[in-house]
Design a protein around this ligand. Sequence first.
Ligand SMILES: [Mg+2]
Length: 428
Amino acid sequence: MDRRAFLKTGLAALASAETALTASAADEAWAAIPPRRPTGPLVGRPRTTARISKIDLFPVLYPVAGYFKFFAGPGGRTGRPAVIIKMTADDGTIGWGQSVPLSTWSDETWEGAVSALLAYFGPALIGLDPEDPAGAQAALDKAVAGGFSTGLPITRAGLDLALHDLIGKRRGISLARLWGLPEGGRLTLSWTVNVKALADAEAVIEDGKTRGYAHFNIKIGPDPDFDIALARTVRKASPQGFLWADANGGYDPETALKAAPRLADAGVAVLESPLKPNRIAGYQALKKQGALPILMDEGVVSPADLEEFIRLGMLDGIAAKPARCGGLRSNKRQIEICRERGLLWLGSGLTDPDISLAASLALYGAFGLDKPAALNGPQFLAAEVLKTPLRIENGIAHVPIGPGLGIEVDEEKVVDLMKRSGGDKLLK
Ligand SMILES: [Mg+2]
């Protein structure tokens, strides 16, 4: 069996070895867990129903460390934009979420996210039952209509996260338990290599190795010669590591078809987002070519999008990413679809800061992700807003097991980061 055939067989085995979990089974598990009775955080509040009474926003810029092509903001601004969301229910329970728009990655901006949350999405949720996630999603759909798919998914994701946190906090259990899935565990992380010159690659790889990382994801496109040289450099420095290439839609179809077999020969295991998501025929040709498993990221927003792209024969799997999909509910369903169809799913992110990162860890941990996750917030971000930081050591992330997202947000740190960022000006 040649290397490519082995790779494909291995990936198929990986996908099929997982037990299929249907949406209905998960919903039954969810329904079977009663709201927590008056113990723990709900002491003195015996009500089992609640309404969303308040949504506070904290626009922040996380300071960044190291070069990453997506962090160039307008006017030379640097930092990773985010909107931290505090959702309060009328029983006093609080859920935290975080929207992570990035104008260099998609058409959702920091300022736009704040105004959509303030004027459209936030008001649509006030007065609703937080324990009715389908009702909340319907209200958000109505507040801002979608285009090709769900409208403003990255902005919406922060509210979905806050809803999940709120439900988990009310019941006193982790998201994994809410879903009827195993909780806790560890996830191996992947180190991102994004360089403008090949000469810089070795130092970036060495930095990752020094911090205990053994697996690497590279940012590629549009120059395949550069990309193949970069892949070879990483492969040489890490002969056994999982090497994952993401073009962020940076090739045209003809270039991608030529690049894919060369990337495979250079030791790349999967090719993510070789083309813009509207290049349907190009994706079909790449999948048919079979040089590398083709993953989609950009463009897969709702579960319906994924179903259609599978039907059209465009992909071998997805890079999961709750932030891209409108949140956990949508991305969880997409992982289930991949498992049901024997497709590959890998764990990815949008350089998620701590709150959004906790949500991704909860989701990937619950589904037992066993490939290195491209969650590079810990690599690139130099601030956090939690009372106790997420436990990440030697390239391994420990999945939080506390109620909801499993984290405690420090509101003083949030306010301080917002003021340092000038984010409070967006609320005026
Ligand atoms: Mg990607």
